[in-house]
Design a protein around this ligand. Structure first.
Ligand SMILES: C[S@@+](CC[C@H](N)C(=O)[O-])C[C@H]1O[C@@H](n2cnc3c(N)ncnc32)[C@H](O)[C@@H]1O
Length: 314
């Protein structure tokens, strides 16, 4: 085996500069705080949403919910959540378990429209073993797990190239509200639009690529209707428009509501006053200028979410 120093010595096409670069990178990796250290620092500094350590905290809460069969049963059956569930967390902590609790485990092709599942801790779940998963966004993301047999598609949901009835199931987590809004953060400079009704075209395309009898599981922020810079918030009329755009289907709606006690299952009427904390949907330069406005109830983003299950009928 070569000694370490030999690996660093400049070969015919090597150079001291490259060796120094590699050494610096190794030093940075060694100095980088561990997840545990970042979590500790996050908690000590008040668990502020979206600050360093938040994403680690959120992924751990979601992962532990997904690993807990009883908790998943609560989502599957539409039962009330335990007191304090998801306090200080954004809507993903209910959306992801809700969707994955209802996803059929049978072999088949599944579309994740909007790529909310494109995280290793979610893609490592055994449920994907039988499933041919396609992840679709407007543009490539930093995370990419093609080695796990996942297909990535970079297309516009309003005009999909897939054939009719290709998918057995379609998932879309907190994506439809972004269609036709400012998507520069995800897909580059040319993606500044204001076409708030375009979610209908996206929904009708999702229905088209789903086979008859197939299931669509979609979530959107709900409550006080607003058109913010990066997305919109749906109200009851918006949801009706969304379901109508899908076409013939059996539909079931669930709503979750956030307050100072965390996330809880609720009726739609109890969610109409819920307002989105509009910080995360602002352009990154604006977020860099204004720190997250800490909320008295600990909210991070949506204060209500609608979860829509549609089974396509002929
Ligand atoms: C809030 S992000 C959600 C995904 C993100 N990876 C996450 O962390 O959950 C919204 C996604 O919607 C996608 N999107 C918005 N408009 C779209 C459209 N017209 N067609 C396809 N994807 C779209 C963007 O590319 C972006 O990936």
């Amino acid at each position: 085996m070569k000694p370490e120093s030999a690996a660093l010595s400049p070969g015919p096409e090597g150079s001291w500069r490259r060796a120094a670069r590699e050494l610096r990178a190794a030093f940075r990796r060694w100095k980088r705080p561990s997840h545990e250290q970042r979590l500790l620092a996050f908690e000590r500094s008040g668990s502020v949403p979206w600050s360093d350590g938040y994403a680690i905290h959120r992924s751990r809460v979601i992962a532990s919910t997904l690993a807990d069969e009883q908790a998943m049963d609560v989502f599957r059956r539409g039962q009330p959540l335990p007191a304090g569930f998801g306090y200080g967390l954004d809507e993903r902590c209910v959306e992801v378990p809700w969707v994955l609790s209802r996803l059929s485990r049978e072999t088949g092709r599944v579309l994740d429209a909007g790529s909310a599942l494109n995280f290793l801790y979610l893609l490592e779940l055994p449920l994907w073993r039988q499933i041919d998963l396609h992840i679709l966004t407007l543009a490539p993301e930093t995370n990419c797990f093609w080695q796990r047999g996942i297909s990535y598609l970079f297309e516009d949901l309003r005009d999909l190239p897939q054939r009719d009835g290709l998918y057995d199931q379609v998932i879309s987590i907190s994506t439809l509200e972004h269609v036709g809004f400012d998507n520069r953060e995800f897909a580059g400079a040319g993606r500044l639009e204001f076409r708030p009704e375009d979610f209908r075209r996206a929904v009708s395309e999702l229905a088209r690529v789903l086979k008859v009898g197939g299931r669509a599981l979609m979530t959107v922020p709900y409550g006080v209707p607003e058109r913010l810079s990066g997305h919109q918030v749906f109200d009851a009329q918006g949801l009706t428009n969304l379901v109508d755009a899908f076409g013939p289907a059996e539909s079931r709606l669930s709503h979750y509501r956030y307050d100072e006690k965390g996330w809880q299952l609720a009726g739609p009427e109890a969610c109409t006053d819920r307002r989105f904390v509009d910080w995360i949907s602002r352009p990154p330069a604006e977020r860099a200028r204004s720190p997250f406005p800490v909320q008295p109830d600990g909210a991070a983003a949506a204060r209500s979410v609608a979860c829509i299950e549609l089974v396509k009928t002929a």
